[in-house]
Design a binder for this molecule. Structure first.
Ligand SMILES: Cc1cc2nc3c(=O)[nH]c(=O)nc-3n(C[C@H](O)[C@H](O)[C@H](O)COP(=O)(O)OP(=O)(O)OC[C@H]3O[C@@H](n4cnc5c(N)ncnc54)[C@H](O)[C@@H]3O)c2cc1C
Length: 386
């Protein structure tokens, strides 16, 4: 067991830290306030070479794997959770393509993402179902050399700037999870449009919208893998992304706690800096313990994914990282806001933004109740031990 980062991994941390401190941090409040996708941050990541971190070298990326992406996202999310999501989105819609796509599809989309030429969005959730992914209603019917898609996706991140959409649809609606397929739908496809944009509580720099498909004609070669085999790919995609969602939580928690500590050093009450009160020190210690435990779980989970261990046998370890890190993010954001007293509640300070952003992480990419189901079932049914 090695707890040290390699030289290359440390370089990723240093690079992301530099970029995040100098260029992302000063923009974070305005990104939240404006609620508009920050194109300048995307271009910044492109120039810094961060978009291809998790893309294998043979597709033009840096080949740093999930752990490399996790390290970078953590640094960025210390200041801006929405910007961390921009990095995560270099992976989420691409993962099904890397898992099930043809060599041609991988070359096209992975290379495009690494070079910052294309962006994607991942469309699974629908108005009538989120957690119950097998219940989706969007259909894809084969007609000659095309599939015709009909249905609506809801709450999809990154759609407003996406060039392609990885869409889950039913090719055999009567077959439940065994009738689900994945297709790549390109922007501009006939019958594809974006619907309602949500007015979100947090992570406001990355808008979520509906994706509406009305007799949307997609070339048959855009199918990913085999027809009706998509459910497994969806699960492997979500499993392999758990550490990346977790790293958004860890970064946010670290950023919030650091801000709270800095504030508490300066703020005086009863004749001393408030940081001298033991009640606050113990709170800080407990938060630091939770953050460090989350980091260890998350780095190990990322290493598992990079070793190909994102299948069912390992799912509980990946879910533990996501749950622990995102629950910790909410806890730290709540308590670190408390360190600022009344100021923590005011828009002039970043704590209420951390607090709003953190909440999203417990919900997305597998709500934490579902994570606990995965963990419990693995432990109970398969008698897993350590
Ligand atoms: C900001 C944001 C961005 C998002 N981005 C994307 C995206 O890019 N792509 C995408 O496809 N989706 C996206 N989503 C959707 C997200 O993945 C879903 O919201 C999430 O999976 C939960 O589904 P739901 O909202 O339908 O809740 P539901 O599934 O309706 O859950 C409602 C409640 O029931 C509980 N529950 C449901 N099933 C169980 C169970 N078996 N056991 C215990 N409790 C249960 C849930 O925990 C929750 O408390 C996004 C959501 C948000 C808020």
């Amino acid at each position: 067991m090695d707890f040290h980062l390699t030289d290359d991994q440390q370089m990723v941390v240093d690079l992301a830290r530099r970029v995040a401190r100098a260029r992302v941090a000063p923009r974070a409040a305005a990104i939240d306030e404006e609620g508009v996708y920050p194109e300048d941050i995307f271009q910044l990541f492109k120039e810094a070479g961060l978009l291809g971190l998790a893309v294998p070298e043979e597709y033009g990326g840096m080949g740093m794997g999930t752990l490399g992406l996790v390290l970078a996202v953590e640094e960025v999310a210390k200041y801006c959770c929405a910007s961390g999501l921009i990095l995560l989105l270099t992976r989420l819609p691409l993962a099904p393509i890397m898992l099930a796509g043809t060599e041609e599809q991988k070359q096209k989309y992975a290379r495009g993402i690494a070079e910052g030429r294309v962006r994607g969005a991942f469309g699974l959730t629908e108005p009538d179902c989120g957690s119950d992914a097998a219940a989706i209603r969007t259909t894809a019917v084969r007609r000659g050399d095309h599939y015709v898609l009909n249905g609506t996706k809801r709450f999809i991140s990154g759609t407003t700037v996406a060039d392609f959409f990885t869409i889950a649809a039913k090719t055999d609606p009567a077959a439940g999870s065994r009738g689900l397929s994945l297709l790549v739908v390109e922007k501009g496809t006939t019958g594809l449009s974006l619907g309602k944009q949500e007015n979100k509580m947090g992570v406001r720099g990355v808008p979520v919208t509906e994706i509406i498909m009305e007799d949307c004609r997609v070339p048959a070669e855009n199918l990913l893998g085999q027809e009706n085999q998509g459910f497994k790919t969806v699960m492997h995609t979500l499993n392999s992304l758990r550490p990346v969602v977790a790293s958004r939580g860890i970064g946010l928690a670290e950023g919030a706690l650091q801000y709270g500590i800095d504030y508490a050093r300066e703020r005086k009450a009863f004749g001393q800096p408030v940081i001298e009160f033991q009640g606050l020190q113990w709170m800080i210690a407990d938060l630091a313990i939770a953050i460090e435990a989350s980091r260890l779980l998350t780095y190990r989970a990322a290493q598992f994914v990079d070793e190909g261990k994102y299948t069912r046998e390992y799912a509980h370890f990946l879910s533990m990282a996501k749950t622990m890190a995102t629950d910790t993010a909410v806890r730290v954001a709540t308590d670190a806001l408390q360190l600022l007293g009344g100021n923590g509640y005011m828009k002039e300070y970043p704590m209420e933004r951390f607090y709003r952003d953190a909440k999203q992480l417990q919900i997305v990419e597998g709500i934490n109740q579902i994570q606990r189901n995965i963990i419990a079932r693995s432990i109970i049914d398969r008698h897993l031990h350590w």
